[in-house]
Design a protein around this ligand. Sequence first.
Ligand SMILES: O=P(O)(O)OC[C@@H](O)[C@@H](O)c1c[nH]c2ccccc12
Length: 260
Amino acid sequence: MNILEKIVARKKEEIAIAKAQISKEALCRSAAFARKPLSFREFLLAPDRTGIIAEFKRRSPSKGLINGTAGVADVTRAYNASGASALSVLTDTDFFGGTAKDLIAAREANDIPVLRKDFMIDPYQVYEARAMGADMILLIAAILNPAEIESLSNLAKELDLNVLLEVHNLEELERSLVGSIDAVGVNNRNLADFSVDIRTSFDLVNHIPNDYLKVSESAISAPETIGELRAAGFQGFLIGENFMKTADPGAAARDFMGQL
Ligand SMILES: O=P(O)(O)OC[C@@H](O)[C@@H](O)c1c[nH]c2ccccc12
């Protein structure tokens, strides 16, 4: 099993446990359901924002521990104050050290869109995302077939959530543009073997129809790269480790965005 297969196998167990503990109907009664999710497009294209989707990530299977001390409310507030267009919060615990509580804390501390960064394979997780106060979900083409992408993204739309579809190659892109997708993210990291190559973004951008927002994800560490990606047609830039690996991720984000 590669890492992605291991994550999905564990995710299935977690979902079964979660469903036994709290029903879908109970999720729908949570306070966050009364709140209207924010528009990702509006914030990503706002002239006073940078297009950066700044991520809170404690650890990852590829890097191990990235930051064991930073607090989610402080860091996400600093990301927001520095000009991030949106926040990405890992909610996977076993592999990324995140929790639903992290997302809830980021939501309470901020009024910009929050992406639930997790491995979505079941409609139940879409309800969970909304119940946490997320504005957007991630659908990873590498672990979903077109019928699954269509049903999960259509459910997300019914719940007023934005959808970011993540692809890593042309084959995934061409088979996955189905259902209600707002944005396409090109992941420069291959989740099956962790190799990274920013050229993945430049190679795929012109294959993404212009009605979708275009996001470049992972392995971005230099402010100059943002200009190059923007010139190639990207409007969004997902950055985690470059901020989180420092003692003060908020300060690192402020410094980075100050150079744009
Ligand atoms: O930390 P980086 O290299 O800046 O990458 C951020 C983000 O793109 C990455 O965490 C990510 C992209 N797609 C994912 C899917 C699941 C978990 C994590 C991810």
